[in-house]
Design a protein around this ligand. Structure first.
Ligand code: BES
Ligand code: ZN
Length: 620
């Protein structure tokens, strides 16, 4: 017996050392990267592993300048290719010695490859650079655009391919790097990043950051402003401008509960700290899942915690997206579909099934609207996208989110929750800190869930075909059923009172408003507005859908036009802004939309500008 054990352990040692040597070998010759149409980098030849950033932020000139140094793994290449767009490259060094470099032809979507001469032995490359006024990632805000109106503000947005407009980088989601940064900012301001963060201002305006876990370049993020920190638990907290800090803290007080609920579902939170920074209202997204520090719009601060599913969503990305990352932007649904599913499960765990089902049904209606929008381009309703010659932003619509969700929800109901949860948990832990593409996921799903349980499932139809397969599950909400009943009665009787609606949640209001029938007339609008003052709703979501309907039905009382224009001046959240401008467009009011847009365009971040320029056919 002993002998066998001895032989066995010897064998294990031998095998392990084989594996070890293979691994070292594999590290020297990494050929694990798939073809990526949105990056010039050739990571199979030479790849960056660590970034050391030393930059200063100049608010007067609206420029970031400094150096980016990279530790590289080189597979005998004599050239290192980085992605850049709208950057000025001043000088490049290889292992401390000046080396030659060349900027390739400029492409509207991708920018320019920066080709740096290296030797087979080069370990470190340093690029001296600065940003330009054409940068797409950065938004420089005047004091007027902030909450406190005293100091300027800066934030970055990296996803999908914008990091290359503020850092020269191999800008593909399948690249993973650790990073350090030293950032110098004006003394009155604080800098925070998707990294270990300060909790107080420093005296000299110099901040040091470390991100010790490898992340994709689109998740490198920086915000600079007159902000403060307030903890919620020992691993969660919020950053915001002074006048917002307490409100934000109260609104997001369930953050620790959310992290605990998420961990109970799909395993330990991998990033130690989970903080949220609330940015000025021009931030183009609801939220962005920058690791350790989610960036969020102030439009979710409703005063009643009603819009905090956004935090659950960004938190969920700490698993789906940041831990297991879509390999290319054509696999975007792996990031967002899983995240919406996870978001709903967190919401259900904390606030119950009823609330989660209302959220899911709102998503189901978004999906229906998106299918209608894409009725002439059915290929864009596939989960796996074809983005050849397209900006990845073009593929980033509700399909990835809501069809992705419906697919996973349908899977869940077919295999049962227990098995599905065990599967998801193992999926996240087996692929932590690595990338995933659609094909690899389907294989994993087949082996670890479907075949194991003898289940036939039309996965390929869900993923590779347009539209929604017939086996989709139906989502029910009694509350929403009542809302439609109330709406119906109101249409008929033109009567509705505060009593009927007194316990409605904002989600019920949204459902009520979004389902106005075409035959709604202006008296209906007047009654609703006089009774509930919807034109002045302090809930941004309710206001947004009310404005959308008002535009479509040409309701113009109660000074609503000024309110809409005010909203569009103030808020740069792309989803809201797009919905409202699209309502003008669909109602043949393009001129009106353009008149407003000419005034508000300068307030928006580049991603919102790009979308609305396209939507309204705007040219400068
Ligand atoms: N990662 C996305 C934001 C994003 C998507 C940025 C595509 C750039 C390109 C983020 O997690 C997100 O989905 N935000 C949503 C909120 C969510 C609750 C659906 C948003 O901004 O509305
Ligand atoms: Zn998301």
């Amino acid at each position: 017996m002993k002998k066998i054990t001895l032989i066995l352990s010897l064998l294990i040692v031998v095998l392990a050392s084989c594996k070890q040597s293979k691994k070292t070998h594999a590290e020297a010759i990494p050929s694990q990267y798939v073809k990526e149409i949105h990056s010039y980098a050739q990571p199979n030849n030479a790849v960056i592993k660590h970034l050391n950033l030393a930059i200063s932020v100049n608010f007067n000139e609206e420029i970031i300048s400094g150096t980016a140094s990279y530790d590289i793994t080189n597979n005998n290449a004599t050239i290192l290719i980085l992605d850049t767009k709208f950057l000025t490259i001043e000088k490049v060094e290889a292992d401390g010695i000046a080396t030659t470099f060349e900027l390739g032809t400029f492409d509207e979507q991708l920018g320019q490859p920066l080709k740096i001469s290296i030797t087979k032995n080069t370990k470190k490359v340093t690029v001296h650079y600065k940003t330009t006024h054409k940068t797409e990632a950065l938004q420089w805000l005047s004091p007027q655009q902030t909450a406190d109106k005293k100091h300027p503000f800066l934030f970055t947005q990296g996803q999908a391919i914008l990091t290359r407009t503020w850092i020269p980088i191999q800008d593909s989601p399948q690249i993973r790097i650790t990073y350090n940064a030293t950032v110098t900012v004006p003394k009155e301001l604080m800098a925070v990043m998707s990294a270990e963060n300060p909790k107080e201002k420093t005296a000299n305006g110099i901040y040091h950051f470390t991100m010790k876990q490898p992340i994709s370049p689109y998740l490198i993020a920086l915000a600079v402003g007159d902000i403060n920190y307030k903890p919620i638990s020992n691993r969660t907290g919020v950053y915001a401008e002074n006048s917002m800090l307490d409100k934000v803290h109260t609104e997001f007080s369930d953050m620790e509960k959310m992290v605990t609920a998420a961990e109970n579902l799909y395993g330990t939170y991998a990033w130690e700290q989970f903080d949220v920074i609330v940015l000025p209202p021009s931030f183009p997204f609801g939220g962005m899942e920058n690791p350790r520090l989610t960036f969020a719009t102030p439009t979710v601060i409703a005063g009643d915690k009603s819009l905090t599913s956004l935090i659950a969503h960004e938190l969920a990305h700490s698993w789906s997206g940041n831990l297991v990352t879509n390999a290319t932007w054509e696999d975007f649904w792996l990031n967002e579909g899983f995240t919406v599913y996870f978001e709903m499960r967190i919401m259900e765990a904390i606030y119950g099934k009823e609330r989660a089902e209302m959220l899911a049904l709102i998503g189901r209606q978004d999906l229906e609207d998106e299918l209608e929008n894409f009725k002439d381009q059915p290929n864009d309703t596939k989960l796996k996208l074809d983005l050849t010659n397209r900006n990845p932003d073009d593929g980033m619509n509700s399909i990835a989110y809501d069809k992705g969700y419906l697919f996973l929800r349908t899977l869940e109901e077919n295999v049962g929750r227990e098995k599905f949860d065990a599967f998801l948990k193992s999926y996240f832990s087996a692929h932590a800190f690595s990338t995933m593409n659609t094909e690899k996921f389907i294989q994993y799903l087949n082996t670890h869930l479907l075949e194991k349980n003898n289940i036939n499932f039309n996965t390929n139809e869900w993923v590779y075909e347009p539209g929604i397969p017939n086996n989709q599950v139906t989502i029910h909400s009694d509350k929403f059923k009542n809302i439609l009943q109330t709406l119906h009665t109101f249409i008929e009787n033109k009567e509705i009172t505060n009593v009927t609606t007194s316990d409605w949640t904002p989600q019920e209001w949204v459902h009520f408003i979004r389902n106005f029938p075409d035959e709604m007339d202006l008296t209906h609008f007047k009654i609703l507005d006089n009774t509930f003052n919807l034109t002045n709703s302090s809930n941004s979501y309710i206001a947004m859908v009310w404005y959308e309907q008002a535009i479509k039905h040409n309701y113009r009382e109660n000074n609503i036009d000024a309110n809409i224009e005010g909203f569009l001046t103030h808020v740069g959240r792309r989803w809201y802004v797009t919905t409202i401008f699209n309502a003008y467009k669909k109602s043949n009011k393009l001129d009106e939309a353009l008149t407003i847009y000419k005034k508000t365009r300068a307030n928006y971040h580049s991603v919102t500008v790009n979308t609305i320029d396209n939507l309204l056919g705007y040219t400068k």
